[in-house]
Write a protein that binds this ligand. Structure first.
Ligand SMILES: Cc1cc2nc3c(=O)[nH]c(=O)nc-3n(C[C@H](O)[C@H](O)[C@H](O)COP(=O)(O)OP(=O)(O)OC[C@H]3O[C@@H](n4cnc5c(N)ncnc54)[C@H](O)[C@@H]3O)c2cc1C
Length: 448
């Protein structure tokens, strides 16, 4: 999106986009090859161009040859095609070069410039570097015994690895670690591939994402930003304010409007909290917030409920304690939430669906390791990403942000909290592109 905007804004300097994936501009979210994976944001809010809020809806309507409804929940693969079109158009328009390859190091060079090294090929020199690295693979859940299993072929750390699901035998039982949006995707993909075994899914609380409503008109808008900003700046205070607002709107409508009304002020609410309160929020409220905030399409939840009713998907709440590799399978030892009872699940394969690792100290990605070793990035105290300024300049280990290295997307979570979905990313991309080029045109937020 940043590259596209740079060409739209008439960049004169060369723009080089380095991406290691075979098809650029897709990422894990939109690189899927199946239409059962749906967007979790309605079409009207998915414009990649913050200055043209209806852009995706218009594109999708033109492609379908009919008007697509603003609240339509479209396949993620289609969104990938949209991004591909935008990129191709940008390449035709401006001085943009797309290079396939893995960036492994960013080195400061003379004149305040940077040299981006790749695993193969010549390095690329640049005046400014934008790190749009997206979501990293999940981290291995800590266990008391049998951590060596994480090197075993029966374990799949990253379910988005091409071919990861095809390697699951049709009749073998599987364990999915995590019960969030990734688990939903993986469970439905397995079903689509004809998998007939039992799918166990375990998470600490066993919470499933909530569903979007079919008819969003029933959503009554929640409180205005000012009302949220008047709430107490603590995790508990926020919880109380949300509960109160939900109670107050209960007779007229749905809690979803309340949750959505927090979105425009999420960054402000997050930044008001002390580090101690932010930590409390992450520890106690985040799982609840995530399932209400990051909802799944209603049709997805209908399919998931059907799998549960048929006994093919079995959810449990508990803590993973260990692994025991046996001939023909692996045993997962889970301590149940509440009762504390120890349960053993015997499965043929385990897929990690816990979501992206965010702690830069735990990431082993060569690029991140080098940035860390060079002192170019700084872990935030909560391990949510890297420290940045409000506008995304990366703060180095000495606390300086010289303005040459920028982050966009999930890495900005320590500062903004809400920074993974298109409605936020499109605004970040627009703001950053303008800052890079020295232009100033305000974005027209597409809401939500
Ligand atoms: C499964 C899934 C579904 C989602 N669904 C939605 C949705 O419906 N709506 C929504 O708004 N958001 C959704 N999201 C959120 C998603 O994070 C954003 O919409 C968006 O895809 C993030 O874009 P990004 O460019 O920051 O990261 P990504 O799309 O992950 O792109 C990062 C790119 O950088 C490349 N890369 C990383 N490191 C290197 C390196 N060292 N060298 C070279 N290339 C590198 C990767 O290969 C990748 O192509 C979803 C996320 C996931 C994981």
């Amino acid at each position: 999106m940043v590259a596209v905007h740079l060409t739209r804004l008439g960049a004169q300097e060369r723009v080089v986009l380095i991406d290691r994936s075979p098809v650029p501009a897709r990422g894990a979210a939109y690189g899927t090859s199946t239409d059962i994976h749906l967007l979790n944001v309605p079409a009207a809010r998915m414009s990649a161009l913050a200055d043209e809020p209806g852009h995706f809806l218009k594109w999708a309507s033109a492609r379908a040859g009919r008007d697509v409804a603003p609240d339509a929940v479209l396949p993620r693969r289609l969104y990938g095609a949209y991004l591909g079109d935008l990129l191709a158009e940008a390449q035709r328009r401006g001085p943009l070069r797309v290079e396939r390859g893995q960036a492994i190091d960013v080195e400061p060079i003379a004149g305040g410039a940077w040299r981006v090294h790749r695993a193969h090929g010549e390095p690329v020199d640049a005046g400014r570097v934008v790190l749009a690295l997206g979501n990293f693979a999940p981290g291995d859940p800590p266990v008391r015994e049998g951590a060596g299993f994480y090197q075993h072929e029966r374990y799949q750390r990253d379910p988005w690895t091409p071919g990861a699901l095809q390697s699951v035998a049709r009749d073998e039982d599987v364990l999915l670690i995590g019960t969030g949006l990734t688990m939903l995707d993986v469970a439905l993909s397995l079903a689509e591939l004809g998998h007939r075994g039992v799918i166990h899914a375990v998470s600490r609380r066993g919470l499933l994402p909530r569903a979007h409503v079919e008819r969003p008109l029933e959503i009554v808008p929640g409180p205005e930003p000012e009302a949220w900003l008047a709430s107490e700046a603590t995790a508990r205070g926020l919880l109380r304010a949300v509960r109160r607002a939900v109670d107050e709107t209960a007779e007229r409508g749905d809690w979803r409007g309340v949750v959505d009304s927090v979105r425009p002020v999420t960054a402000a609410l997050w930044q008001r909290m002390s580090e101690r309160e932010q930590r409390r929020f992450v520890r106690h409220l985040r799982p609840w917030w995530d399932v209400h905030r990051h909802r799944a399409a209603a049709s997805i939840m209908v399919q998931i409920r059907a799998l549960i009713d048929q006994g093919r998907l079995r959810l449990s709440a508990g803590r993973l304690e260990g692994w025991r590799v046996q001939s023909g399978g692996v045993e997962a030892v889970v301590r149940a939430k509440g009762s504390g009872e120890r349960r053993t699940l015997r499965v043929g394969r385990v897929l990690n669906c816990t979501g992206p690792e965010s702690d830069v100290e735990r990431l082993t990605e060569p690029l991140v390791v080098r940035l860390r070793e060079r002192g170019l990035i700084q872990r935030d105290p909560l391990g949510l990403g890297v420290r940045t300024t409000q506008d995304g300049a990366i703060i180095d280990a000495d606390g300086r942000a010289d303005g040459g290295l920028h982050a966009i997307g999930p890495w900005r979570r320590p500062r903004l909290w809400e920074t993974t979905a298109v409605p936020e990313l499109s605004v970040q991309a627009w703001d950053l592109a303008q800052a890079l080029i020295g232009a100033q045109v305000p974005a027209r937020r597409c809401g939500g």
